[in-house]
Design a protein around this ligand. Structure first.
Ligand code: AMP
Ligand code: MG
Length: 281
């Protein structure tokens, strides 16, 4: 079967033009949509295990051009997950306070604690994307950030954070279509931003920045996955399936941990009851 997402191998060369944004792995749309519903339910169950076991956290990083569907993917894929166990952070233009610190300062504060799913809608990667495209810092500064990011993520992985990074790969034509749709649809005009049309003029520079980010920051422990994103149903399915399949590999371990916790709790309760007179005695 054709892959759903393309996982970037460590140190490999990436040419985004070679990845078809309309790729759909020859899936039947109706079947994929039906499976998607089941996957979101399974994700909810897996999140509960993650929370109960309390040994790992999950960090999901979403990057992609304007209108590539970062918000939509998050909303759909995590729709069934309890708000008690997950949260989304949308990283915007840094505030003055944030800019007065190193670029990871605002990021590290929001990484997920054990048991939690943290979703980054944009992320520390903006600091090698928009920052590079618009020359916001000298090249030597953003270039060093690949290594800083890899070291940072290595630290997270060492602390049992499962990291999934999705680059939503949209075509320039599909972006134009979506931007025009926003102008036409009464319910979508609020999403309009003149800046999105302006950013479009930097398309090639963004692609170059994305390619280098994908190449430089895909160690085996936290690789990027390229998600074909021109078809929304496929994009959602591919991300949901990847998240669920990743978490499934921990399921047995988490269930065993829950058993151990359960036994300990029962013993504590028993000890408490034996040490005290029973009620009514
Ligand atoms: P949106 O996600 O559409 O709400 O837009 C957020 C904006 O913040 C985008 O234009 C990003 O490029 C910008 N942004 C996010 N992080 C940074 C950063 N570290 N430096 C500069 N701009 C950023
Ligand atoms: Mg936007």
């Amino acid at each position: 079967m054709a892959p759903l997402t393309f996982k970037v191998a460590p140190k490999s060369k990436v040419q985004l033009a070679k990845f078809d944004p309309r790729h759909d792995a020859d899936l039947d749309r109706a079947k994929a949509e039906a499976d998607f519903v089941k996957l979101t339910a399974e994700l909810d169950e897996l999140q509960e295990l993650l929370f109960g076991a309390g040994t790992h956290s999950l960090l999901v990083v979403m990057q992609g051009m304007d209108t590539s569907g970062k918000d939509g993917t998050v909303r759909k894929v995590f729709s069934q997950v309890s708000p008690l166990g997950s949260y989304v952070v949308s990283f915007k233009v840094p505030t003055e306070d944030e800019l007065a610190h190193d670029f990871l300062w605002r990021i590290h504060q929001r990484t997920p604690a054990k048991g939690m799913i943290g979703i980054f809608n944009r992320s520390h990667y903006e600091d090698v994307l928009v920052v590079r495209v618009h020359d916001l810092v000298p090249e030597a500064v953003w270039r060093e950030r690949y290594r800083i990011i890899n070291a940072f993520e290595h630290g997270l992985v060492q602390s049992n954070t499962i990291i999934l990074k999705f680059y939503l790969h949209l075509s320039k034509q599909e972006q134009e279509k979506r931007l025009l749709e926003r102008e036409q649809s009464a319910t979508k005009t609020w999403k309009l931003a003149a800046g999105d049309w302006r950013e479009r003029e930097f398309w090639d520079a963004y692609m170059a920045a994305y390619e280098e980010m994908l190449e430089q920051c895909s160690p085996a422990e936290a690789p990027w996955q390229i998600v074909p994103a021109d078809r929304k149903w496929f994009r959602n399915y591919a991300v949901a399936k990847t998240v669920v399949e990743t978490l499934r590999t921990y399921k047995a371990e988490w269930l065993a941990k829950l058993d151990t916790i359960g036994v300990t709790r029962l013993q504590e309760l028993k000890a408490l009851r034996e040490g005290q007179p029973t009620s009514g005695a």
